[in-house]
Write a protein that binds this ligand. Structure first.
Ligand SMILES: [Zn+2]
Length: 145
């Protein structure tokens, strides 16, 4: 499991889209709690003090989530899941869904595949935004299937 500190919300969502199981730490979790998760988990943090306490953690310097991805790409393990297999909000594995009334017309018309998160109810589909995300990853040298 990847543990991301409270300053890395957007990065957490990107990592889930790539296929990583990420647990995002709310700001009410203190450093001792997060440092206690090191060992079995890989901790990503922007906090130098936490980095010093958490064994094997990665210290992230950039503010921008795309720069953050570029910064950590060579240090990350292989993702546990495929590209766009996890819900970016809650990290649950997505189920395949049929075209349906709850989706905008253009989605039902154009989406190649539709996925649904049973936990938070969000729909995802394979279309231009996934293509843009894939291209953005390509620009910083991250290949996904
Ligand atoms: Zn979800």
């Amino acid at each position: 499991m990847i543990i991301a500190d409270s300053m890395l919300g957007k990065l957490s969502r990107y990592l889930r889209m790539i296929g990583y199981e990420v647990e995002y730490m709310d700001s009410d979790k203190d450093d001792s709690y997060i440092a206690g998760l090191s060992g079995d988990n890989l901790i990503l943090t922007r906090d130098k003090q936490l980095h010093d306490r958490a064994k094997g953690s990665i210290l992230i310097k950039s503010f921008d989530p795309v720069d953050q991805l570029a910064e950590i790409k060579g240090k990350m393990p292989v993702p546990q899941h495929k590209f766009m297999e996890l819900c970016s909000i809650c990290g649950s594995v997505l189920d395949k869904a049929e075209k349906n009334d709850g989706l905008p017309d253009y989605v039902n018309r154009e989406a190649r595949e539709i996925f649904h998160c049973n936990k938070c109810g969000k729909y995802y589909w394979d279309g231009s935004h996934t293509e843009n995300f894939r291209k953005m990853l390509g620009r910083i040298g991250i290949e996904v299937q």
